[in-house]
Ligand binder design. Structure first.
Ligand code: DHB
Ligand code: FE
Length: 288
């Protein structure tokens, strides 16, 4: 086996942006899904967004220099492949809020740009694919999927997360293809047990156009450490969520505004240095 490159040395905004853009195009048929949208709705949405832009320009007397800087920046976001990153960090959380507001069970959180379908199938009890000596505190997670009436569900959990350096496989170079990506399935009792490691807080790439905006506005680029999940079961609405760790300094100021109190974990240290935790998912029946 060849020596792995270190992601820390070689990850770049352009590379992870290009991967995220390519992945989005590979997975989704976004125009097909809205092909029956009437022109009245397109007109209303486009007009109201433009009205908001016009109002900001008038209110703050935006200059031609500022307009040209905006134009150059928007062009560069595309050239860096950073539209998935920009939209998922600064817009998706409100789409998610609107989409799941009606639910009685878990409401969820943003998907972000780094989901990959068809990760390795690991059954109801399993260990995430990881390198030998993968860094990070081992985590043993006992969980269950139930319906809103409390009945256990035979379903599926897809889990993906960053490593202890904050890097995602298939988006940062040098990591094994399915590192820290796995699919688990529950039986009729709804139970699962997943062994993985604690991810690190994640900094969105700072060397591209989004990083330029963050620096120019005096913001920070951090997301708190998080586990991404997609949970599904027949006859139920699928859940996309993220789970967070208490005490992370960025739980309170997540750049992606994607933390909710119901998504907080409670890991407990065990004598062997690992941590044990429980988190149960509650899915809404379709059409309830
Ligand atoms: C981004 C990365 C994430 O891991 C995430 O959960 C949300 C957004 C990003 O880089 O845009
Ligand atoms: Fe993430």
């Amino acid at each position: 086996m060849t020596t792995m490159e270190s992601p820390a040395e070689h990850a770049s905004a352009a590379a992870s942006g290009a991967s995220a853009t390519e992945r989005f195009h590979a997975d989704k048929s976004p125009f097909e899904a809205v092909k029956d949208t009437p022109p009245e709705r397109v007109d209303m949405l486009a007009r109201e967004v433009l009205d908001a832009v016009h109002a900001t320009i008038r209110k703050h007397k935006v200059s031609y220099d500022e307009y040209n800087a905006l134009k150059a920046w928007l062009i560069n976001v595309g050239q860096d492949g950073e539209w998935p990153l920009f939209l998922d960090v600064w817009v998706e959380h409100v789409v998610e809020e609107v989409a799941t507001d009606h639910r009685q069970g878990n409401k969820g959180s943003i998907e972000g740009p780094y989901y990959v379908p068809d990760s390795p199938e690991l059954g109801a009890v399993g260990t995430m694919p990881m390198r030998e000596n993968e860094a990070g505190t081992p985590l043993v997670w006992d969980g269950r999927i139930t319906s809103t009436d409390g009945k256990p569900l035979a379903g599926k959990i897809e889990l993906w997360h960053a490593d202890a350096d904050g890097f995602y496989s298939q988006f940062a170079p040098g990591l094994p293809e399915w590192n820290l990506r796995g699919s688990f399935s529950t039986g009729a009792d709804g139970n699962f047990q997943i062994t993985t490691i604690r991810p690190a807080p994640y900094q969105i790439p700072t060397d591209g156009s989004c990083g330029k905006l963050i620096a120019a506005a005096g913001w920070h680029a951090w997301r708190p450490a998080h586990l991404h999940v997609k949970v599904s079961a027949p006859g139920h609405e699928s859940l996309t969520a993220q789970l967070y760790f208490p005490g992370d300094p960025h739980n309170a100021d997540d750049i992606a505004s994607a933390v909710k109190p119901e998504l907080m974990l409670d890991p407990q240290p065990r004598p062997d240095g690992s941590e044990a935790m429980t988190y149960y998912f509650v899915l809404d029946p379709v059409g309830a």
